[in-house]
Design a protein around this ligand. Structure first.
Ligand SMILES: Nc1nc2c(ncn2[C@@H]2O[C@H](COP(=O)(O)OP(=O)(O)OP(=O)(O)O)[C@@H](O)[C@H]2O)c(=O)[nH]1
Length: 264
């Protein structure tokens, strides 16, 4: 309320309270006007108060809505990070599972399953571009003696060293799998028997040069191998492999440390 208004109201109140003006013809009308003014003033103050309260709540609501929004954003970002990490873990887990299911844990070489898959691919390719490949079954000679004389751990180390040499010596498009204990199966892609024979003999030579140190002794190993070239229409995992096995048997029977080819 301004000072003018306050003093005007004070003057009116004084006039109305003065008994000398009680019977004045304007007394009643002035009194009505005075009360009406007071009521209007009160109503206006109430409205202002309601409006202030409303604005305060609106500001608070806006603030808390913004805080809720920020909080939700942060939670969303956190969930995205967790989800990304989870997906990354799943990818790593799946890769590890795939690696475990297709590779030998000791040597890291492909296992039978991967070899079988690769042979199927080879068969598909052969339909489009007929080409020859050779299978070679390679077996370490008298491996049991190494285990018996020097222990299983030394045997394991020899297997790991053999796998290392295989990886070094073979071409990228060949495949060497650990087929069993000390048996390895080689797929020599796009290679006929004669060439494969030379490759396998070079590989056997490298294997015999692996220095195996046990205490102050140095041992060496030899290997025998049997080879067969895949024939058109032949089931590789049954017929071709069987012929390679037979050739390996001949290599073992005729004194080991050699390779035999299947010519049947
Ligand atoms: N250290 C080790 N030895 C293994 C593993 N798998 C198989 N062996 C051993 O390999 C040996 C294979 O022995 P045999 O099948 O008699 O063959 P070999 O002594 O190599 O004789 P030939 O093949 O006839 O020359 C066994 O003593 C098995 O215990 C392995 O993962 N680690």
């Amino acid at each position: 309320m301004t000072r003018d208004e306050t003093s005007l109201l004070a003057r009116v109140e004084a006039l109305l309270a003065d008994p000398a003006h009680a019977r004045h013809p304007l007394h009643e009308a002035l009194e009505d006007l005075y009360r009406h003014h007071l009521e209007e003033k009160e109503r206006l103050e109430r409205l202002i108060s309601i409006s202030d309260t409303y604005q305060r709540y609106a500001r608070e609501d806006e603030l808390s809505a913004r805080q809720r929004y920020d909080k939700a954003l942060k939670r969303q970002a956190k969930l995205s990070r967790i989800s990304d990490r989870y997906q990354q873990l799943m990818r790593e887990h799946n890769l590890a599972l795939k690696q475990d299911s297709t590779h030998d844990p000791l040597t890291g070489l492909p296992n039978r399953r991967l070899f079988g898959e690769r042979l199927k691919q080879e068969a598909k390719c052969a339909k489009r571009h007929p080409q020859s490949y050779t299978l070679a079954m390679l077996d370490i000679d008298h491996f049991k003696r190494i285990n018996d004389r020097h222990g299983h751990d030394v045997g394991d180390q020899v297997l790991v060293a053999i796998a290392h040499v295989m990886r070094q010596e073979l071409r990228d498009y060949d495949l060497c799998a650990r087929w069993g204990g000390e048996e390895f199966l080689l797929l020599l892609a796009d290679t006929q028997l004669e060439e494969a024979h030379a490759i396998v003999d070079r590989l056997r030579q490298r294997l015999s040069e692996i220095p195996i140190t046990v205490g102050d002794m140095t041992l060496s190993i030899t290997a025998s191998a049997g080879l067969s070239e895949h024939r058109n229409g032949e089931n590789p995992l049954e017929e071709t492999l069987h012929r390679a096995d037979q050739a390996l048997l001949r290599a073992k029977r005729s004194g080991r440390d050699r390779s035999c080819v299947d010519l049947a």
